[in-house]
Write a protein that binds this ligand. Structure first.
Ligand code: NDP
Length: 285
């Protein structure tokens, strides 16, 4: 079997063109959807992710502003900036780029962002809403994964889903969203005993570990859908996922590549959330 690739770039391009049309309609209503990204420090990976976010915003006609502060920026200064954008009606989305420098409390920062502008979907109020299946900003990577699975017509209801990884930004929410879609979900993590016994039973396997070539072909059930979230940089400078792609594609039915899989969809879902926020603002104007 050779798996069909779930092409995140292609799916993103399609979604971005739909979003661009929505933005035209919102602008006709007198609102320009706008996103502010706040960065503290000069983490090169963060700068690269932000460039991707800016490109997506520009592509669909969403206004984009980068607020870039030095590493020495204090937590209180950052909280003040967030409050400024909470109050500023011109901005519909606020994203604070993670990770933050160690002297800044990430929880305090996330909780400071208005849940109405929390386009990353990390605020506890939005996490709670997601958990009970209410409409809200869904976290971008997990929401993108669900879109990718649906895009190839795979039925999620009733499937055995195994999520390897339980972080608050990827593992836990992707499992929750797939549970909301009526899958049977198992979470695995660093304390899981006999990991392979779980991965081999997965109809849909989500790898969100952050370790290159961690999941091998022999760990995968024949015909499974494999979603590789990992982004790992090899010594050669090449990017790779958590899954040994060449082995997995001989076993799986569908697989996401790295790069060009979950990454582009994550950014597209951020644009989606910003557009939805502006739409909501227009309705209440
Ligand atoms: P974290 O480091 O926060 O979480 C990693 C998870 O993997 C943890 O739950 C950890 O378990 C688990 N884990 C670690 N070692 C093992 C092991 N030996 N066996 C089983 N589980 C293990 O990472 P993130 O969730 O933030 O990100 C995961 C990957 O996804 C990274 O490569 C990241 O770069 C990438 N990523 C990609 C995005 C995209 O858009 N493509 C977006 C966000 C992330 P435990 O909880 O027990 O420590």
């Amino acid at each position: 079997m050779t798996a069909t690739i779930i092409d995140g770039k292609q799916l993103s391009a399609q979604k971005r063109s739909e979003l661009a049309q929505e933005v035209v309609r919102i602008r006709e209503g007198g609102v320009l959807p706008k996103l502010v990204v706040i960065l503290v420090g000069d983490n090169p990976a963060s700068l690269s992710y932000i460039r991707g976010k800016q490109k997506a915003a520009e592509e669909i006609g969403v206004g984009f502003k980068l607020e870039h502060f030095p590493e020495s920026f204090s937590e209180n200064e950052l909280l003040d900036i967030i409050e400024h954008y909470n109050q500023n009606d011109e901005y519909h989305g606020i994203l604070v780029q993670l990770p933050l420098p160690e002297h800044i409390n990430e929880t305090a920062v996330i909780e400071k962002i208005s849940p109405l502008k929390d386009v990353d979907g990390f605020h506890p109020i939005n996490v709670g809403r997601m958990m009970i299946g209410q409409e809200t900003f869904l976290p971008c990577t997990p929401a993108g994964i669900v879109e990718m699975i649906k895009s190839v017509g795979v039925e999620i209801a009733g499937k055995n889903v195994v999520v390897v990884g339980r972080s608050n930004i990827v593992g836990k929410p992707v499992g929750q969203l797939l549970l909301n879609e009526h899958a049977t979900v198992t979470y695995c993590h660093s304390k899981t005993d006999d990991l392979t016994s779980y991965t081999k039973g997965a109809d849909i396997l989500v790898a969100a570990v952050g370790r290159a070539n961690f999941i091998k072909g022999q760990d995968i059930k024949p015909g499974a859908v494999v979603i590789d979230v990992g982004v790992n940089r090899l010594d050669t400078g090449k990017l790779c996922g958590d899954v040994v792609f060449d082995e997995a594609k001989e076993v799986a039915s569908y697989i996401t590549p790295v790069p060009g899989g979950v990454g582009p969809m994550t950014i597209t879902m951020l644009a989606h959330n910003t557009v939805q926020s502006a739409k909501q603002f227009l309705l209440t104007k």
